[in-house]
Design a protein around this ligand. Structure first.
Ligand SMILES: NC(=O)c1ccc[n+]([C@@H]2O[C@H](COP(=O)([O-])OP(=O)(O)OC[C@H]3O[C@@H](n4cnc5c(N)ncnc54)[C@H](OP(=O)(O)O)[C@@H]3O)[C@@H](O)[C@H]2O)c1
Length: 329
């Protein structure tokens, strides 16, 4: 049994973290900001008293999950890592060469006992569950990703905003009342997730590029991404257009490979209208993959497919939980 701190326990990722810890033997300490201190958090059969975050409060914990902001993690992560193993959900350390960025089923074997570990971006983690096994078998040559990202990717207040705007929706107007997105999200599609970089890609798009290269250890891999926010509540979807170095075998043997890959569920029966969707992948541990077809441009060297995965699970809390299992094994 370990003692575990969940910092940011009232947020979208923190709550999902607590749900995963609920049926374990671990002792859990819940921390958030002063705003939430001393409140009671009820989840399933458990009640937690929320503590205000402090370094001292985390110091006797074996594992500290940071589920706050990048700024917060940059400030406290290295200090906390002197006492505990810190698993950070923000992007603060993902691109530091000396800090491991782990998706356990894909690159868990590269872990060397470091006490500060980065959890990947949600869209990267979901894509990697499928890209990992395909790369191992056929060698990735290039990749084009388009995402359809749920409101909860922007945190709990963003989910509440989408629900409220949807309830009140009457017609499109010119007023932008959004606090959590660049524009109103209800009945809209927004081709901006995070801020724009100098190269006109968004930070979210570049996170996918940097993280997929790092996890697959392919620093030169050609990747281009477009990240789009859509008015779903939970679970991101992504279209992947992949060119491989090797000629691909039959689609059925690719489905078999993916079926046998950990954390992947193949849902690919288009004639029966069965394919991955947020409605079916929400709350699921596995990432759904389907719509497999040879790409019309790259022929048998190219594959188009569609994935959908619960980004609060695979893209955040579940991945972090699996990192904890790797560390404590
Ligand atoms: N949402 C996703 O799908 C997702 C996926 C992967 C990674 N991430 C990353 O995970 C992190 C958390 O995201 P989220 O979506 O869960 O955000 P969120 O729903 O907005 O929750 C933020 C949490 O941080 C806490 N917090 C804020 N300031 C704090 C402080 N000074 N001290 C202690 N706690 C503080 C908040 O506590 P109070 O309630 O007390 O304010 C709340 O518990 C972010 O870095 C995000 O980029 C999110």
């Amino acid at each position: 049994m370990s003692k575990i701190a969940v910092v940011g326990c009232t947020g979208a990722v923190g709550i999902t973290m607590l749900e995963l810890l609920e049926n374990t033997e671990h002792e859990v300490v819940c921390m958030a900001s002063a705003r939430s201190a001393d409140q009671i958090l009820r989840l399933g059969q458990r009640e937690y008293e929320i503590e205000e975050f402090s370094v001292a409060g985390c110091a006797d914990c074996d594992i500290v999950f940071l589920c706050v902001s990048g700024q917060f993690s940059s400030k406290f992560g290295p200090t906390l890592a002197k006492f505990s193993t810190v698993i950070d959900n923000s992007s603060a350390f993902r691109y530091h060469d000396e800090i491991p960025l782990l998706v356990p089923p894909i690159n868990g074997s590269s872990y060397r006992g470091e006490s500060l570990i980065a959890n990947p971006n949600c869209s990267s983690a979901i894509a990697l569950m499928v890209l990992g096994p395909l790369h191992a078998e056929f060698g990735l040559d290039s990749l084009i990703i388009s995402t359809y990202q749920a409101a909860s990717g922007a945190g709990r207040p963003a989910m509440a905003e989408l629900l409220e705007q949807t309830r009140l929706f009457d017609d499109y107007g010119t007023d932008n009342t959004s606090v959590n997105f660049p524009h109103n999200l209800a009945f809209n599609v927004i081709p901006q997730v995070d801020s724009f970089e100098d190269n006109l890609y968004t930070r979210e798009e570049m996170k996918m590029v940097w993280e997929i290269r790092k996890v697959l250890r392919q620093p030169e891999l050609a990747i281009s991404a477009t990240a789009v926010r859509v008015p779903s509540l939970r679970s991101h979807a992504e279209s992947l257009c992949i060119r491989f170095k090797k000629r691909l075998p039959s689609l059925e043997s690719i489905r078999k490979l993916l079926r046998e890959s950990p954390g992947v569920e193949v849902i690919d029966d288009p004639k029966q209208q069965r394919y991955p969707m947020p409605v079916t992948s929400s709350y699921k541990h596995a990432v759904e993959v389907g719509r497999l077809r040879y790409n019309l441009i790259y022929g048998e060297f190219g594959l188009d497919l569609f994935v959908s995965g619960d980004q609060l699970l695979r893209g955040a809390a579940l991945n972090a939980f699996e990192i904890m299992q790797l560390v404590t094994d």
